[in-house]
Design a protein around this ligand. Structure first.
Ligand code: IMP
Ligand code: MG
Length: 190
């Protein structure tokens, strides 16, 4: 008998994470179709380059893994971790980058891989930090984007889905560390 994981076996229109009810917003089939499209697009755009994918842990884990498998160009992966000092539903004002190799970025064509861009503060701050390590170029690939609350002036080059201003979990994204393993994306019901 298969081991049953409450997260990955949830295939319902709604799910409960940390005591809150979430409704399914984007299903796994739609996700895999869209990620495959992005992989194809990036492979075309970078056909004569060897980009370095820099995935922002932990939330971009699933997106980075699926994106990497949809590429037809060679794929190198690095990881950074961005800690923010906020509550569990908003990114904090101060962001610290850690767990990365400083000499990995010099001269590289970087594609930053994020789970979700909300105000844009996190991705701007990461992008700025990486710029300090002399890459050749930096582009952004984000699985989700909430355009209504975006406050940064950084261009988002590859966007999986634009979503309304709702708190979401699943496909790597968490609510107080729960829900990352859900194969679909769910939005807080309120
Ligand atoms: P920003 O700095 O306001 O753009 O927020 C981006 C970061 O906040 C993401 O990397 C996530 O870690 C977190 N975040 C923003 N919105 C959500 C959400 O709806 N669900 C889970 N995490 C989110
Ligand atoms: Mg994140």
């Amino acid at each position: 008998m298969l081991h049953s994981n409450a997260d990955s076996h949830s295939d319902e229109a709604s799910t409960i994470v940390n005591g809150r009810t979430f409704r399914r917003l984007i299903g796994r089939d739609e996700i895999s179709r869209r990620v495959a499209q992005l992989g194809k697009l990036i492979s075309q755009d970078y056909c004569d380059k060897q980009p370095l994918f820099v995935a922002v842990l932990k939330g971009s884990l699933m997106f980075a893994a699926d994106l990497a498998r949809s590429l037809t160009i060679p794929c190198e992966l690095e990881f950074v971790r961005a800690s923010s000092y906020g509550n569990s539903m908003t990114a904090g004002a101060r962001i610290k980058l850690r767990d990365f190799r400083k000499n990995a970025f010099e001269g590289r064509d970087i594609i930053l891989v994020e789970d979700i861009v909300d105000s844009g503060r996190t991705i701007s701050s990461i992008s700025q930090r990486l710029n300090g390590y002399s890459p050749n170029s930096i582009r952004i690939a984000t699985f989700l984007f909430k355009p209504e609350v975006y406050r940064a002036d950084l261009a988002l080059d590859y966007v999986g889905f634009e979503i309304p201003v709702k708190f979401v979990v699943g496909y790597g994204m968490d609510f107080a560390e729960q829900g990352r393993g859900l194969p679909d994306v769910y939005a807080l019901d309120r």
